[in-house]
Design a protein around this ligand. Structure first.
Ligand SMILES: Cc1cc2nc3c(=O)[nH]c(=O)nc-3n(C[C@H](O)[C@H](O)[C@H](O)COP(=O)(O)O)c2cc1C
Length: 163
């Protein structure tokens, strides 16, 4: 089969779709859609999220050093699209969309209550890769809906209708 040169941008597909939530030092909650993310250490457990410096959330995460990764279901597409296309710089997205929150146990950041899995993270490092800064988050606590875990806490991802 003949090969020709392809576009080099975002060529790992499909990309994950998560919502990263955070809380400013002024107490304002915010969240944004993130596709540049992944596991980056099994032990200790860590994930990374790539945030563009122009995002309102970027400065919050830089300043507070914590964030929450929220897994999103197909039913939450409207919420995902809204949080991924409006900026907390211009509006209070949580009030406008009536986003339900719960408090983190280990970090001072909101969990998106309707998401089936919420992963509390503390930033341990970050790398400015280019367009994005990759924040390496050490996982401090994972909240999961009771119905989707076994007795060891393993998440049954096939039970989540992931976006
Ligand atoms: C599918 C999708 C994936 C996105 N991935 C990223 C990403 O990986 N990093 C990023 O900084 N912004 C990403 N965005 C854009 C932000 O979510 C968007 O600019 C958001 O409005 C920023 O919100 P904020 O200014 O309140 O932080 C993505 C948006 C969509 C719709």
């Amino acid at each position: 089969m003949e090969k020709i040169q392809g576009n080099m941008k975002s060529c790992l597909q499909p990309m994950a779709k998560i919502l990263v939530s955070c809380r400013g030092i002024d107490g304002k909650n915010n969240a944004l859609a993130v596709g540049y993310c992944g596991n980056c250490s099994y032990d200790p457990p860590m994930v990374m999220v790539g945030i563009v410096p122009s995002r309102y959330s970027y400065h919050i995460i830089k300043e507070t050093g914590v964030f929450v990764v929220n897994l999103v279901t197909k039913e939450q597409k409207e919420l995902f699209d809204y949080l991924g296309s409006h900026s907390g710089r211009d509006e209070d997205k949580f009030s406008n969309f009536n986003v339900k929150v719960e408090e983190g146990i280990k970090v001072n950041a909101p969990l998106l209550a309707d998401c089936p899995v919420n992963i509390e993270c503390k930033v341990v490092d970050s790398i400015m890769t280019g367009s994005h800064e990759m924040f390496i988050g050490k996982i401090e606590y994972v909240h999961t809906n009771k119905e989707i875990v076994d007795d060891k806490g393993n998440i049954d991802f096939s039970a989540i209708n992931i976006l």
